[in-house]
Design a protein around this ligand. Sequence first.
Ligand code: CP
Length: 308
Amino acid sequence: MRHLMNPLDFSVEELDRLLDLANDIEAHPEKYAHVCAGKKLATLFYEPSTRTRLSFEAAMLNLGGSVLGFSTADSSSASKGESVADTIRVISCYADICAMRHPKEGAPLVAAMKSGIPVINAGDGGHQHPTQTLTDLLTIRSLKGRLGNFTIGFCGDLKFGRTVHSLIQALIRYPNVHFLLISPEELRIPDAIRDDVLRRNRQNFQEVVRLEDALPRLDLLYMTRVQRERFFNEEDYVRMKDFYILDREKLELARKDMVILHPLPRVNEIAVEVDDDPRAAYFKQVQYGVYVRMALILTLLGMEDVAC
Ligand code: CP
């Protein structure tokens, strides 16, 4: 039985196969419409979500399966003190696979150790968000035609942004990726990523504060939200929240073929006027998230060849 805790749980070759499968699902959705008939996905969300939970549910429904679950800790027996380990033992009796989001780092791993079914980490605290990374890799490969040989800028909350941490770890396995890390001093990338991931693997990276300085050099811009829920006090959040706002005027500095990504939700960091720019790809990214989660469910259920 296989789980997904971290994007590095898949080798580069396995990831290639997963992304190929997602592309085939995109091209031929009818082939996959009933392959999971009789299978059930449980979504166990102890933290709010729109995209991740609903795209998992859409993915399983698109495969002909069913879904069950809860969307807040308050509506589950966690509110009565039930542990994650006990909950997953129970859910293993009801479902064939589960996706779990939890505010505590490592909670999905604890679940996986006690689970009778595959567990997918759907985001754990400020740690990892591997299915967002799969979404990002599929989006980049589909829109740029390659993974590697580009300069990518990560902008915003690089300290708490788990999507950023996961994607950097995934991208260092591809050739010739240059990282521009754009953040205010207080929200710089953690040492664990700068030293243990980027420096240790001799990656080409640079930290800058001004988005304007980075924009002309980028093939891809990955914007992120300053996350109110990760701050210890409101004052710091208010000071940081509008540090970066990508608008039409700033985009004049960027290349005509730069791709703008964002895991969403967005607050103010991308002006709504940018949505009509052909470089804005963040809503396409949402659609790729459904295809890649369909491919992931099939892979973890050992059904990746079912429609061939
Ligand atoms: N990108 C992402 O994780 O969005 P949600 O928090 O809405 O799931």
